[in-house]
Design a binder for this molecule. Structure first.
Ligand code: NAI
Length: 255
């Protein structure tokens, strides 16, 4: 842990922190001195990540949370308020995606549509609603939402994910405009193709992997740490004049 860093004394919440991009981000904040709260629906992995961070000397606590349940998002932030009395950084990152062979849009089961919107869009909104009062009481702070390439473009048969991630971009702008005057910056990262549990199935297929890599000017898919570095920067003093931005972290995919 780095007690000299600008993140020392900061309280940082990351959702979806049990794996992938969230795990890399929460580790980055913790190793730079922040006290971190890990939220995830997966308690086993979440507890393990928090325990590993504590073993390195960091302040880390896991709170099992399903972000699609507004009451659980409120309880999460109530816990933070009671234990720490403040919140400086909130990364609304938890998400799900389509499988490797999703159905055509006209055949998409409504429960699949609803779950995607509940987790990937409403989940961000519920977290924001819970977090904003504590961020305001703290005197300001930084929010980063995890958007996607699919906040800008789409691929066939990914209608629900595309709609949800376009919505995350809208939420990011809305919060940036409404709460910027009160010292809360709200930005998003738009990861490209990242090696995580979400993409394991697609990237283990050689044909799919090659087709995706061909679209990435940097010639490789991303590590979770590639995205975590940008999330951390967006919460840093270096980004103090960045508000309402959605930063692609995609190796140039969108170019
Ligand atoms: P991941 O599957 O490794 O991590 C997602 C985490 O969210 C998991 O730990 C999972 O348990 C948690 N989660 C799922 N549903 C939840 C719920 N209802 N409540 C609380 N936690 C829940 O995947 P990854 O890639 O790290 O995903 C993180 C974010 O990045 C997601 O929002 C995803 O849409 C986004 N993203 C990922 C890309 C990729 O290529 N991996 C590309 C673009 C965006």
């Amino acid at each position: 842990m780095n007690r000299q860093s600008e993140f020392a004394e900061k309280i940082a919440l990351v959702t979806g922190a049990a794996s992938g991009i969230g795990k890399a981000s929460v580790s980055s904040f913790a190793r730079q001195g922040a006290t971190v709260i890990l939220a995830d629906i997966n308690a086993e992995d979440g507890e393990r990540v928090a325990s590993d961070l504590r073993a390195e000397g960091n302040d880390a606590v896991f709170v099992r949370t399903d972000v699609s349940e507004p009451d659980q998002c409120s309880a999460l932030v109530d816990f933070i308020k009671t234990k720490y009395g403040r919140l400086d950084i909130a990364c609304n990152n938890a998400g799900i995606a389509d499988g490797i062979a999703p159905p055509a849009t006209h055949e998409l089961p409504l429960d699949v549509w609803r779950r995607m919107i509940d987790v990937d869009l409403s989940g961000v909104f519920y977290c924001l609603q819970a977090e904003l009062p504590l961020l305001l009481a703290t005197g300001g702070g930084a929010i980063v939402n995890t958007a996607s390439l699919q906040s800008f473009i789409t691929f066939p048969r990914t209608t629900a994910y595309t709609a949800a991630k376009h919505g995350v971009l809208g939420l990011t702008k809305a919060i940036a405009k409404e709460y910027g005057p009160q010292g809360i910056r709200c930005n998003a990262v738009a990861p490209g193709v990242v090696n995580t549990g979400l993409t394991r199935e697609i990237l283990s297929n050689d044909t799919w992997r090659a087709a995706l890599e061909e679209k990435i000017p940097l010639g490789r898919t991303a590590a979770p740490e590639d995205v975590a570095r940008v999330m951390t920067w967006l919460c840093s003093e270096g980004a103090q004049y960045v508000n309402g931005a959605c930063v692609p972290v995609d190796g140039g995919f969108l170019t």
